[in-house]
Design a protein. Structure first.
Length: 211
């Protein structure tokens, strides 16, 4: 999508469908989230409907391509949140037990990967609220705002490249209880040119053709 100012908006859309009854074109975006998706007044849906500009960009790009109005739908699955097999029951060390025997007993009490998979599958089958399929409405004003913001963001990025000054986003250093792997670079005690980092090339090679 050509935005002028030598800018091209490129993206990967999950699914484009046409309603057989109404004839309307729609974008269906597949999402996963650990947030509350069951409550349609939750922060997740508030952000999607009023703040997140992504869907406005979808609508603008598709309407330019097809020359007709486009509906947007979010198909969301809630993340269960576990990190793998768990203990089937509480295991405590016995007074007359060696540490080695205790560790073996704990290992015997751990779910197998098949048992873990079956438990997670049952959770999803039992929880209808973990699935949401909702329409996201974006107006012409929303699309115009998205265009202006996109152009402004691109200009800010280009200014950083030209000046060699890159503002730090400090709140992201430890998001989701994980330390950002580039903290040492921002702290100037390491460099992207060191052996600790490797250039992986284009993150999304499918988007580079028209970039």
């Amino acid at each position: 999508m050509d935005l002028g100012n030598d800018l091209t908006f490129t993206g990967q859309i999950d699914k484009v469908a046409r309603n057989k009854k109404t004839g309307r074109l729609a974008v269906i975006d597949h999402k996963t989230s650990s947030e509350d998706i069951d409550d349609l007044s939750s922060q997740y849906w508030e952000s999607v409907n009023y703040i997140d500009p992504q869907t406005a960009g979808y609508r603008a790009a598709l309407e330019e391509e097809f020359g007709e109005e486009v509906d947007i739908f979010y198909d969301v699955i809630k993340k269960e949140g576990s990190k793998g097999p768990k203990m089937k029951s509480v295991v405590r060390k016995r007074k007359d037990e060696t540490q080695e025997d205790f560790e073996m007993r704990k290992a015997d009490n751990l779910e197998s990967w098949d048992e873990y998979g079956a438990r997670i599958a049952d959770l999803y089958l039992e929880n209808d609220q973990w699935y949401q399929f909702q329409q996201v409405v974006k107006t012409k004003d929303d699309m115009n705002d998205w265009r202006r913001e996109f152009i402004a963001d691109a200009g800010a990025i280009q200014h950083c490249i030209d000046s060699g000054v890159y503002p730090k986003v400090t709140f992201a250093c430890g998001r989701r209880d994980q330390r950002c792997e580039y903290v040492t670079v921002c702290a100037k005690i390491n460099s992207l040119d060191s052996d600790d980092f490797k250039d992986k090339g284009a993150r999304h090679p499918e988007l580079t053709e028209n970039s």
